[in-house]
Design a protein around this ligand. Sequence first.
Ligand code: DP6
Length: 323
Amino acid sequence: MSSATAIAHANIALIKYWGNRDDALRIPANGSISMNLASLTTRTTVRFSASLYSDCLILNGRPVAGAGLERVRLILDWVRARAGVGASAEVVSENNFPTGAGIASSASAFAALALAASHAAGLSLTEIDLSRLARRGSGSACRSVPGGFVEWHPGNDDTDSYAVSIAPPEHWDLVDCIAIVHAGPKAVGSGEGHVLAWTSPIQAARVADAPRRLDLCRRALLNRDFDALAAVIELDSDLMHAVMMTSRPPLLYWQAATITVFHAVRNWRAQGLPVAYTVDAGPNVHVICPNQVHVEVSRRLRNLPGVQEVLVAPVGGPAHLEE
Ligand code: DP6
């Protein structure tokens, strides 16, 4: 039987997904907007073979069993049922960036898996159907299927919850300078966090105001208006972390150095440097800026106490098959 290799980029949410209306299908409480990160990639090969005894997953050179494999099997089972394939699969996946550090490795992982598995099974899915399939593995993965700047329409059910590109990578040469302040895996994963979101008394207000923030962000991106973008993405990130901190039990992903970066970014912006921060479910700070200042921004970030490393990522394209 055949095999296929796909490459997908991680993405950084500019308007965040936090909380589901349907946890099993990952139908989100609110829409979200992200940009793909060109230099952060997952490369995944899926091989269906009648001679395999069962599905297996090798992640960054190590075999993975248990919950990690089950999550992958969800996607393989969907593909097998749709393609009429009975064989087991070997999935070999590599990230070129630290796994579990709040850099959304599950997004690029499930986008690459959806594309590689469907292609290896002989299916040729539309971008929308691939996005829907990736969403079942990890919500944010549906946004790593299309290219550039991407919006996930929350929808009501499996058929209408998927992501589309709102502008190609070349629309705006933004760069994400990721200040790594802690590279280990996080204590509470996003999956658990989404469930806890509803225990916060402010989640309902965050969700109710999401359409307004999505409009502001979409407009700022389409108009290349950095000041407007900075205002809305910092507000949205702070709102999500406010929900996290006020959930029961509370989640506090920030480290001291996370806050050091917030203060620095706000000071630099007040002095005229176009920079804005956003943080996913982890302590590392994504500092977004136009390409022409990214060398200066990364240099300044590296000099801050507690910043261990800075990863630099321009806007990335869609998930694609390896030639
Ligand atoms: C904070 O997509 O990782 O990064 O669907 O359980 O895999 P699962 O959750 P995931 O949640 C992402 C949360 C976030 C915000 C975002 O990317 O929108």
